[in-house]
Design a protein around this ligand. Structure first.
Ligand code: GAP
Length: 439
C-alpha cells in the first residue's frame, strides 16, 4: 500500500470509528492538535496503564510523580530551553509566513506559500516553548511557559521523591503528562503535534555506573515495545552522532519505527549525565546532591532517561496493526491490536433477535462490563457485518449467543486474528478472556 494511502486510510478509520478527531473540526480545525474519541481514549489509557505498570507497579526502584505543567520560569533557564530550544526561521517579506531555514525550497530562495523569490530576511531564532502569563498582568515578569517536556518536573523534585519514598540510588522517577511545543513543522497525523503526552522516566545512578544502566534501559525499552505486539522488523535502534546529540547528552539512542512515511524516532534513551541536576543546583542555589547512607559520600547522580510519546505510541500501534485482508470471500479491514491494548475486549451478539437470545446476550454483556472487561452489545445486521465492524475497531473477541446456548448455556467465541471459533460455557467466558489477556 502506498504511503499516503495508508496514512489517509488510518486518519479516515480513526475518525469513522471514534479513535481520533481533528481538534475544533467544526471551525476548520486547529493546526496539529487532535482529540481522542470514545475508542481513542480507551487505547490511550491502555497504553499509559501498560507503561505505568511496567515502570512503577512491577518495580521497587521507580516512583511515580505528577508534576504541574506550569513551573517556575527559572526552571527553563536552568534547563537550557530558554536559550537553546529554538529553530532558525526566515520570514517572507511578501506573505509574512515563517519557515524553517533548512527547508530545501527555502534554501533555494523561493517562498513555499506565495512563490516569491528572494523575499526572505536573515534567519532568526524562534523558541518552541508556548508562553503565557501568570496572574492578571501581562508583562515580561509574569511570563511562564507550558512545559515542553515532563523531565524537568522530575529533576526539581529529585530530593523530595528520594527522601519521601526513602529510595536509594539507583532509583527512578516516572511521569506521564502533557507537554507542549510550538513545532514549526508538525504533521503526519499524531506523529508530531503541538500538544502531546509524554511517558518519561528519569533513572538516577552513581557516576561510573551510567554506561551499564544505559544499556539496561535500551534493552528494557525495546522489550516493552515488543510486548505490545509491535513487529520486530519495524523497530530498530539509531545512535545519535556528535552532530545530533542534545546539549545535555553524553550518549543517546532512538528507538525508531518504520512509519508509512519512513523510519523515524519513536522513543529516546538518553544519558543526560549530571547536567540537569547540576544546572538546577546552580540556578536555585539549593544543594541537590545525594548522600549515601553508609559512607556519607556526596555526589550528583547521573540521569538515564527514557522518553516516549503516548500519541506516537498510539500511531505506531494503529499503523502496525492495520491490515486489509480477504476472509470468507470478502475484504475486511482489521486492526490487529494486542488484546491488552484493544479498547473493546469483547463484542456480544445474539445470533437472531428471538428465542430469548437478545436477553441472554445482554446479560453476558452486563457480566463482562461489571468485571471491567469493556464489552459492546450489537444485535443490528447480519453476523458477518457485525464481525466486520468489530474487526475494524480492533476488538479481539466476538461472542455469539445462539440456539445451542439455550440448550447447554455455551457460546461461541471468535478470534479476530485466527478466525477460529471456540465453544465456551457462558460462566467461563470471563476467565477465558482473562487467561488470554494475562498470558
Ligand atoms: N525529555 C526528553 C525529551 O523530551 P524528545 O526526544 O524531545 O526528548 C521524547 O521527546 C519523545 O516525546 C519523542 O521520542 C516522541 O515520542 C515524543 N514527542 C516529542 N515531540 C513530540 C511532538 N511534537 N508530538 C508528538 N510526540 C512528540
Amino acid at each position: 500500500m502506498a504511503t499516503a494511502d495508508l496514512m489517509d486510510k488510518l486518519v479516515s478509520l480513526a475518525k469513522r470509528r471514534g479513535y481520533i478527531f481533528q481538534s475544533s473540526e467544526i471551525y476548520g480545525g486547529t493546526g496539529s492538535v487532535w482529540d481522542y474519541g470514545p475508542l481513542g481514549v480507551e487505547l490511550k489509557r491502555n497504553v499509559k496503564d501498560l507503561w505505568w505498570s511496567s515502570m512503577v507497579h512491577q518495580r521497587d526502584d521507580i516512583e511515580g510523580l505528577d508534576a504541574a505543567i506550569l513551573m517556575h520560569p527559572r526552571v527553563w533557564e536552568a534547563s537550557g530551553h530558554v536559550e537553546g530550544f529554538t529553530d532558525p526561521l526566515v520570514e517572507c517579506s511578501n506573505c509574512h509566513r515563517r519557515f524553517r531555514a533548512d527547508l530545501p525550497e527555502v534554501a533555494d530562495g523561493q517562498c513555499p506559500t506565495c512563490g516569491t523569490r528572494g523575499a526572505f530576511g536573515s534567519p532568526r531564532s524562534f523558541n518552541l516553548m508556548f508562553k503565557t502569563f501568570m496572574g492578571p498582568v501581562e508583562e515580561a515578569a509574569a511570563t511562564v511557559y507550558l512545559r515542553p517536556e515532563t523531565a524537568q518536573g522530575s529533576y526539581v523534585n529529585f530530593l523530595n521523591v528520594q527522601q519521601a519514598a526513602r529510595q536509594k540510588i539507583p532509583f527512578g522517577i516516572a511521569q506521564i503528562g502533557k507537554a507542549f511545543r510550538n513545532e514549526i513543522t508538525p504533521g503526519n497525523f499524531i506523529f508530531r503535534t503541538r500538544e502531546f503526552e509524554q511517558m518519561e522516566m528519569q533513572f538516577f545512578v552513581e557516576p561510573g555506573t551510567d554506561d551499564q544502566w544505559f544499556e539496561h534501559w535500551k534493552e528494557a525499552r525495546m522489550a516493552w515495545h515488543l510486548s505490545l505486539g509491535i513487529r520486530a522488523e519495524k523497530l530498530r535502534f539509531h545512535e545519535h552522532g556528535p552532530d545530533e546529540l542534545a546539549h545535555y547528552a553524553k550518549q543517546a539512542f532512538d528507538i525508531e519505527y518504520e512509519y508509512p512515511f519512513g523510519w523515524k524516532e519513536f522513543e529516546g534513551i538518553h544519558n543526560r549525565t549530571d547536567f540537569d541536576l547540576g544546572r538546577h543546583q546552580e540556578y536555585s542555589g539549593k544543594r541537590l546532591e545525594y548522600i549515601e547512607p553508609q559512607s556519607n559520600k556526596r555526589f550528583l547522580p547521573f540521569v538515564i532517561e527514557t522518553a516516549v510519546g503516548v500519541d506516537r505510541t498510539m500511531l505506531v500501534c494503529l499503523a502496525d496493526s492495520y491490515r486489509e485482508e480477504q476472509v470468507e470471500g470478502e475484504e475486511r479491514v482489521v486492526l490487529a491490536l494486542h488484546p491488552r491494548l484493544a479498547p473493546i475486549k469483547a463484542a456480544v451478539f445474539p445470533l437472531v433477535k428471538k428465542d430469548g437470545l437478545p436477553e441472554k446476550a445482554a446479560r453476558l454483556h452486563e457480566t463482562l462490563r461489571k468485571a471491567s472487561l469493556p464489552s459492546f452489545y450489537d444485535e443490528a445486521g447480519s453476523i458477518g457485518r457485525r464481525y466486520r465492524r468489530q474487526d475494524e475497531a480492533g476488538t479481539p473477541w466476538c461472542v455469539t449467543v445462539d440456539g445451542q446456548s439455550n440448550e447447554d448455556e455455551t457460546v461461541t467465541i471468535r478470534d479476530r486474528d485466527t478466525l477460529e471459533q471456540a465453544r465456551v460455557a457462558m460462566d467461563k467466558v470471563e476467565g477465558w478472556m482473562r487467561e488470554r489477556l494475562n498470558g
